[in-house]
Write a protein that binds this ligand. Structure first.
Ligand SMILES: [Zn+2]
Length: 129
């Protein structure tokens, strides 16, 4: 396991390209706190950090909340790119998740890669490769 946070969605999603059911979602955003998030919960369910790093576990967990919008990734299928899920919170609760597909990609693309890399990935997502 790397230094990642895990996320449990309430809906099931499958890869928009190959159709594999995706169940493991992750993000690096908390920088090694190894938090476990469950959709609909305000605070992390737990952390994989051992007690000696955490102190009071409940207090530790309740010091973290999710941002209004965040992106998580799944590497469950054999596709050359991770599958992305854009998640939205309302009143601090993770309410909705939007799969990054060929038709939604243009709306959610955050500009983190070069234009040519993005174009290539979109071709894959639209099954044009
Ligand atoms: Zn796939």
């Amino acid at each position: 396991m790397g230094m990642i946070d895990s996320f449990r969605t309430s809906e099931k999603f499958s890869c928009p390209v190959c159709g594999t059911i995706l169940s493991d979602w992750q993000s690096h955003e908390s920088e090694g706190l190894l938090l476990i998030w469950v959709q609909g919960e305000k605070y992390p369910l737990d952390t994989e950090l051992p007690d000696e790093c955490v102190g009071d576990r409940r207090e530790f967990l309740q010091s973290y909340t999710l941002p209004d919008e965040f992106m998580i990734y799944s590497y469950d299928c054999d596709c050359p790119y991770p599958i992305e899920l854009l998640c939205h919170c309302e009143d601090g609760l993770w309410k909705r998740s939007q799969l990054f597909t060929g038709s939604t990609a243009d709306k959610v693309f955050a500009g983190a890669e070069t234009k040519s890399a993005y174009k290539k990935r979109m071709k894959w997502l639209r099954k044009e490769l």
